[in-house]
Write a protein that binds this ligand. Structure first.
Ligand SMILES: [Zn+2]
Length: 197
């Protein structure tokens, strides 16, 4: 009986020790990781690349989607290339939805290359800054991705060179470098075609 009691006490002591250790680790982790808000994810993209992206996403009448990646140095993300596009479940001029399986097929090589997903980019029909407004589905999809731990943001382009960067929960800022860039409003730009002055 006494032996059992001792065993039980030892078990409780170990449990308590583990709980305290866990608590201490959590406190340490919190101290080591400043709130994400202090360091917004900073996306750097060239107007040249936005033009190429716009052209690639507007080849047909349908909305198309590309997953963008590139080097990442801490919170600084250089958006410089796209991964092989996913095959879309259903494609229409106003709707883009990639199947979970095809998205995984695109994301796995990115991760295997030691990179991270920076942006999910797609095109919208219509023209002007207004046409770049994300739809409910766009926000829902990106929200899910960000909730799952990704810090990727969304990007919507139109045929007339407007581009919008948006996020649901990731705190971010974007820098569009190069020529022909006009900021229309926060995170919305017009990129002039090359060679137009
Ligand atoms: Zn959309």
């Amino acid at each position: 009986m006494k032996e059992q009691l001792v065993k039980c006490l030892i078990k409780l002591l170990f449990q308590e020790a583990r709980r305290l250790k866990r608590k201490r680790m959590e406190r340490l982790k919190k101290r080591m990781m400043p709130p994400a808000d202090l360091f917004p994810q900073t996306f750097i993209i060239e107007s040249f690349f936005v033009r190429e992206l716009g052209a690639a996403l507007t080849t047909g009448a349908n909305e198309e989607m590309h997953f963008l990646t590139g080097p990442k140095i801490g919170p600084i993300r250089i958006v410089s290339r796209w991964a092989q596009p996913p095959s879309l479940d259903r494609q229409s001029p106003v709707f883009v939805r990639a199947s979970a399986k095809s998205v995984a097929a695109v994301l796995i090589p990115i991760i295997e290359q030691g990179a991270e997903l920076h942006m999910c980019a797609h095109s919208h029909p219509g023209s002007g800054a207004g046409a770049t407004t994300p739809s409910g589905t766009d926000l829902q999809c990106l929200g899910k991705l960000q909730k799952a731990g990704s810090q990727a943001i969304g990007c919507i382009v139109t045929r007339d060179g407007c581009v919008r960067f948006f996020s649901v929960s990731t705190n971010f800022c974007v820098m569009v470098l190069g020529t022909g860039v006009t900021e229309i409003s926060k995170n919305v730009y017009r990129i002039a075609p090359q060679n137009s002055h």
